[in-house]
Design a protein around this ligand. Structure first.
Ligand SMILES: NC(=O)c1ccc[n+]([C@@H]2O[C@H](COP(=O)([O-])OP(=O)(O)OC[C@H]3O[C@@H](n4cnc5c(N)ncnc54)[C@H](OP(=O)(O)O)[C@@H]3O)[C@@H](O)[C@H]2O)c1
Length: 319
């Protein structure tokens, strides 16, 4: 028998997998994503009504990531296309028009999610979306300023109406604020940094978390900085915003844990993007945006029982 890839299957949501099958699969380290009612050969001939655990074992070689593609509501048909861990899921990424956010959006789309890309500039968001679509992924452009609560709420309503789910929220939008001691920093600059890097994350969680709470699942990943762990002379407002973001993350993680939502923070060191001045640093040694995207991938593909709450990401060698 060629394996499940030569077939299609009728599937139902996890809650309808029988308890006995769930127990057996859990003992084998498998996660019951859906229940397979019947399997058919491509020509439509009934192949099997084999018990669920056996089918999962059998399909492993054909789908290295296992079955994951199921819509928000009930039954769906699975094609024989390669399944990826986030197939059928939806991710919102703020600040996705450039740098780290664009790399995260591309990675989530490669993993199978629809990437809803947010930021202020439609042009750069469209460039990110096009690169995702060119690679065969799904992206949706959603221009939005994270400092504008009404705008963020409008995107959240749109996501819930259109997709009926939100699985991953990456709060990445941020601005730098370097180059002078705090006592000379204009109040407008302070407001811009704090309103984007900290208040923006509050607005985003306030708007999107209820969708996850209703679904009793989801990942929120906040992109902080190693500046949220250390002193940053001539960048005190930026450091304050990221220290604040870390405290916000730890606290919200505890608030949402009971709802089966994991809230994590990544603190990257110097990353090769346009955000910060990297004069005198060797770009070859700096982190690349894709390195941060890789950590997001690790976080959102953890087993259901595992919660890595914080990652400090350093370049292997000091740039
Ligand atoms: N690069 C580093 O060394 C480094 C290290 C640690 C952490 N980080 C963090 O990583 C995140 C991404 O930074 P990056 O390095 O990738 O820089 P970047 O290329 O400048 O990306 C920042 C993104 O945020 C968006 N943005 C800024 N203000 C926004 C707002 N009010 N609403 C919505 N989107 C907004 C920008 O797009 P628009 O201008 O179009 O809105 C831009 O796409 C930031 O939170 C940053 O603090 C960076």
């Amino acid at each position: 028998m060629p394996g499940i890839s030569a077939t299609w299957a009728l599937v139902l949501p996890t809650r309808q997998v029988p308890k006995s099958a769930r127990k057996l699969m859990s003992a084998k380290g498998q996660v019951p994503v859906c229940r397979i009612i019947s399997m058919y050969l491509a020509q439509g001939k009934l192949l099997s009504t084999t018990p669920v655990p056996f089918l999962f074992k059998m399909q492993k070689p054909a789908f290295p990531y296992g079955l994951a593609g199921i819509g928000a509501r009930g039954t769906s048909l699975m094609s024989n296309s390669r399944q990826t861990p986030l197939t059928g899921q939806v991710g919102v990424i703020t600040g996705a028009g450039s740098g780290i956010g664009a790399a995260i959006a591309r990675r989530l789309a490669e993993l199978g999610a629809v990437a809803v890309v947010c930021g202020r500039s439609r042009t750069t968001l469209e460039a990110t979306a096009q690169s995702i679509q060119k690679a065969g992924g799904n992206a949706e452009v959603a221009p939005c300023d994270v400092t504008d609560l009404a705008a963020v709420e409008a995107i959240a309503r749109h996501v819930e109406r259109k997709f009926e789910r939100l699985d991953v929220l990456v709060n990445n939008a941020g601005v730098g604020g370097f180059g002078m001691p705090l006592h000379t920093l204009p109040p407008d600059s302070w407001d811009l940094v704090l309103n984007t890097n900290l208040r923006g994350v509050y607005y985003s969680i306030r708007s999107f978390a209820p969708i996850m709470i209703r679904a009793r699942s989801g990942h929120i990943v906040n992109i902080s900085s190693i500046a949220g762990k250390n002193a940053l002379p001539n960048g005190a407002a930026y450091a304050a915003s990221k220290w604040g973001l870390n405290g916000l993350t730890y606290s919200v993680a505890e608030e949402l844990r009971a709802h089966h939502i994991r809230v994590s923070v990544i603190c990257p060191g110097s990353t090769h993007t346009e955000l910060s001045p990297h004069a005198g640093k060797d770009p070859g040694k700096m982190l690349q945006p894709e390195d941060v995207a890789h950590v997001v991938e690790m976080l959102v593909t953890q087993k259901a029982q595992s919660f890595a709450s914080e990652v400090i990401l350093r370049p292997t060698q000091k740039p």
